[in-house]
Design a protein around this ligand. Structure first.
Ligand SMILES: [Zn+2]
Length: 466
């Protein structure tokens, strides 16, 4: 399905006219249509609506022009047609929390943070059908520059790169190395406010990241005075604030201080969601929680995860990378204990309280590992494992996360939205693991050249093992 790459010249007639200018009238001719009709798939829209069986949709100029049942959709004259009979289409994913740049295969260090590696990560995301990725608080200067460059001139085969810039923590109190020095170290309210103003000047993508964590006593935790000042300054500048806060009582305090979202839940540290916390969320219906269940994969998936033999893993990772997923230290009964434990219980309580969930897999950080793109699919599988339906998990990973990041052109397959979608060989509503049975990915209406990416990664693998 490479048809869109060859039908992109929408203004062919005008170009032709310009080339033979002497023979042209002053009338601007209508452009040749670049419309493509995709028909026959089961379509998962990305929200509460039921799937459309035998759907049809028209993609034109990178956007969905029409969406409906086959027969109801009228393709413009001259439109190319693509049969998707037997396939399932879902919106491309949106990941609201991860960290680009520091990981490269099994290596995890600052020196990996290069333009080439950032681009490689954006391509891995595109390969797996992730349309947009929020790099949450660990950016370096060249990251801002690349973000600006790609925003001005979007490239095919790359996810949209969003950044919160640098986050805020106490001096030398940021995330675990090698990310430790990425945030601003702030010790006074004035410094906290100045850091937020600098982030605003760098035009971060909507969110200021705040770390409130003493790393089990290893570093100083950001104080309520400092994070309250940062949240206040962010709001005054039209930004929102999102936090990494691990302890339940700290979560309560930062909710009271006006935080807009949690980058991951606190209960992964083994603390139950209590009634007071539920009450605080109920009073704040706009506060969202990114479900980062993937970061507990060692407790969930056991010594040798079932998906370790997934062919998709072998398309993008070395055997060495994949071996890291095996963990002989995990107790035999870990998956059963996780399922009966505080994570699914906490999620259920917050769901019952009406809390809005988003997708954040924390890929690229310590617990999120190096599985850019793949991690987001496992995150959806973890949501189902923890008690959500496949349709709920997909909605969280598409519509909800796009809303959280204010990406109003992503998240669902609807007329007027950007044509970012995944074509699957099997139905994920029956089995959430089928989101990884990827046949094709389209971003901004153009098919991602997955074969070329795969070939490049395979070639790199050979070089690396010499
Ligand atoms: Zn993180």
């Amino acid at each position: 399905m490479t048809i869109l790459r060859t039908t992109k010249t929408a203004w062919g007639s005008i170009v032709a006219c310009a080339l033979v200018a002497a023979g042209c009238t002053s009338r601007v001719e209508a452009p040749v249509s670049n419309a493509v009709l995709f028909e026959g798939a089961r379509l998962i829209i990305g929200d509460e609506r039921p799937p459309i069986e035998n759907a049809a949709f028209v993609v034109e100029d990178g956007a969905f022009a029409q969406v409906g049942r086959a027969g109801d959709v009228q393709a413009p004259g001259g439109a190319a047609r693509v049969s998707l009979a037997g396939k399932t289409v879902m919106p491309a994913l949106v990941n609201a929390h991860g960290h680009l740049g520091y990981r490269k295969g099994a290596s995890f260090r600052i020196e990996n943070y290069t333009r080439e590696n950032l681009i490689d990560h954006l391509q891995r995301l595109a390969y797996h059908g992730v349309a947009a990725f929020m790099s949450l608080g660990t950016e370096r200067d060249l990251g801002y520059a690349l973000r600006d460059e790609l925003r001005a001139s979007p490239q095919p085969d790359m996810a949209l790169f969003l950044t919160a810039g640098r986050g805020l923590a106490m001096p030398n109190g940021g995330p675990a190395p090698p990310l430790r020095d990425a945030p601003y170290g702030v010790a006074t309210e004035a410094e906290a406010r100045a850091a937020v103003r600098e982030l605003a000047a760098k035009k971060i993508d909507g969110y200021v990241k705040i770390w409130v964590d003493d790393r089990e006593g290893a570093v100083k935790k950001l104080t309520p005075e400092l994070y309250t000042a940062a949240i206040d300054e962010a709001h005054a500048l039209g930004l929102r604030a999102i936090t990494h806060t691990q302890d339940r009582e700290d979560v309560k305090a930062i909710l009271r201080a006006g935080i807009d979202g949690l980058a991951h839940p606190s209960w992964r540290m083994g603390q139950e969601v209590d009634d007071e916390l539920v009450g605080l969320f109920k009073e704040r219906p706009n506060v969202f929680v990114l479900l980062t269940l993937w970061s507990t994969r060692n407790q969930i998936f056991g010594r040798r995860p079932a998906w370790i033999d997934d062919p998709l893993l072998r398309e993008t990772f070395t055997e060495e990378d994949i071996r890291l997923l095996e963990n002989p230290k995990v107790p035999e009964d870990a998956p059963a204990r996780w399922k009966a434990g505080v994570v699914p219980q906490g999620m259920a309580k917050l769901k019952a309280a009406g809390v809005r969930f988003g997708l954040g897999d924390d890929t690229g950080a310590t617990n999120g590992a190096q599985y850019f793109g793949y991690g987001s699919h496992l995150e959806m599988a973890s949501m189902v494992e923890a008690g959500l339906t496949p349709a709920e998990a997909i909605t969280i990973a598409t519509r909800n996360s796009a809303e959280i990041l204010k990406l109003d052109r992503l998240g669902t397959v609807d007329a007027g939205k950007s044509a970012d979608f995944i074509v699957l060989d099997a139905n994920p509503l029956e089995n959430i693991h089928n989101t990884r049975r990827i046949s094709a990915v389209y971003l901004r209406g153009v098919e991602v050249d997955r074969a070329a990416l795969r070939a490049r990664w395979a070639a790199g693998r050979v070089t690396a093992t010499k």
